[in-house]
Design a binder for this molecule. Sequence first.
Ligand code: ME8
Length: 513
Amino acid sequence: MTKRYYLTTPIYYVNGKPHIGHAYTSILCDTFARYHRMLGDEVFFLTGTDEHGIKVQKVATAEGMEPKAFVDGIVPKFRELWSLLGIRYEHFIRTTDDYHKTGVQKVLGDLERKGDIYRAAYHGWYCTPCESFWTELQLKEGKCPDCGRDVERLEEENYFFKLSSYQQFLIDHIRANPDFIQPDYRRNEILGFLRQPLEDLCITRPKTRLTWGIEYPGSPDHVVYVWFDALLNYLTGIGFGTDDARFRKFWPADCHMVGKDILRQHAVYWPIMLRAMGVELPKRVYAHGWWKIGGAKMSKSLGNIVDPVEIVTKYGTDAFRYFLMREVTLGLDGTYSEDLLLERYTSDLANDLGNLWHRTASMIEKYFEGKVPQVAPEVWQTKLMRDTLALWRGVTDDVLRYDPREALAKIWSVVTEANQFVEEKKPWSLAKDPAKHGELADVLYALAECVAHIGILIGPFMPATSERILSRLKVATAGRVSDEAGFGEPMTVPGTPIEKGAPLFPRLDEKTA
Ligand code: ME8
């Protein structure tokens, strides 16, 4: 039976252009989604934009625009970036879409009738940039304990969601399902947080303070708190309330990929909301780390962002994708610098993979008129071929464990081995001796096959490079390999003319020339 795989990115705030941090989450998810498609799974990859709330309203007002007109102008920047980065999603949800708003209102109505939402007066402190409520005791020297900024005194009527009723349920669920929050150290953090009693969540804002939101169904004077609205995208985006068959087909989500900044919302509020609704919980929430610059998180509010478009224009999409996934272990923080990217580009891409392709194609051109040579079947018994074929299992395991860095490291160990194989076999010497023509054919065939197999496996990580390699080698099976047996088959056809083409990763001075 076909497996289903439902994966989500956070829906990003549209209060500014996307930066490397957003690109990172989307590239990770795209890679996992592509890998699962390669395995033959029926994949639903959902991404989109979080458009309501004070942050967006503020920026729109500052620009002298209506919020809706403002967000309509920003959303295309996200879509364009995803297209530039090769992000292939099944659906792009906007929280201003009607089907989403209807879904949110229905959930609120149901929960209120069930008694999980109540109206009450709120007295306390509020941090506007964080959109967080704090009690007197929680403040740190009179400031927001999260961001250290000023807070304002609030006294207003709001609607509250009974998080507290479900605290023990959540603790039990997290304990019984070790995969639910990943990595492990984040699960421990959340369990630590849950040692304190949970306060009920204020899920509305009075329209006197915020108008840009979904209207609360029970009161024309309130809009829904942006997080309550946003989290529900994971349901409405696959048809909750509009396409029940699709919803039932893909829910529960296999993985919500998020940054560690928003783990609490996904690992505490969200499962409790679902439990209250009587909907199954997602299988996994995976929190990745932050890209930092000079020790600080790259963020819109700090203004230290790097524009992915500039990087991609200079280095190419696949180099950017490779760098982000190879540089840090999923879960940990990484330091972004162009020097590090350049180092990876030069060593791993231009010198290792690029060179492997270039010398393989050049020698096939020179010694075999550009055609894949005929070979003896023993070629498949060489260490290089055995190590190449073993990649399928190793890389697949790594991807299924959400370790793209290790997957790439494994692939690159074979790239290195193949380059060493060239050095050892010295095809240029074999070519001088007609008696060694058969051996020369074996060496070049093995190299062509090795590169073809690597071409298949890097597809989810570096789709454009994969396509380039496979089309130059005329690999007809591309896109049809879905298991270890298929991966074990020959990919190239002796006698077929290949195309050397331009360098896969040109030296940067050549690129800019
Ligand atoms: O939080 N390093 O949206 P957002 C790594 N709308 N990842 C980063 C990053 C960095 N420096 N900066 C941002 C929101 N990200 C809500 C989400 S979901 C129901 C609602 C990535 O625009 C990372 O995935 O602030 C982080 O969690 C997300 O962008 C936050 O995006």
